[in-house]
Design a protein. Sequence first.
Length: 134
Amino acid sequence: MKYILLIGRILYSMIFIILGFNHFFSLNEMVQYTASMGVPAPSVATIISGLVILAGGLSILLGYKTKIGSMLLFAFLIVTALVMHSFWSIEDQMQSQIQLIMFLKNLSMAGGALLLYYFGTGPLSIEKKSENKS
């Protein structure tokens, strides 16, 4: 059973780690998209958001400082849902549906971050290894 939480953490953190690196490897495209959504200081916002999701994803994956990592992800996901996926302001029905799906995806993942905050990462984590040494 202890491996289930580890597998869940791996699967949950993958999107943040991959997209965090993507923020930097595709920086120009990410900045352009961020600017197109009306975000102020899109270069700074893109770099900060990339660092936040990369740090949060690695925190969850490794099970280290999980409360901080999960709150970073929670904050990122809520802000991103509201700012970047405003389905209610899009007239094109197909684009509105896509943004609604992305909005709901972010909300569900924010819920996952809250669960990790509350319940922790399980026995196979750096935090648990540190506790057992004490």
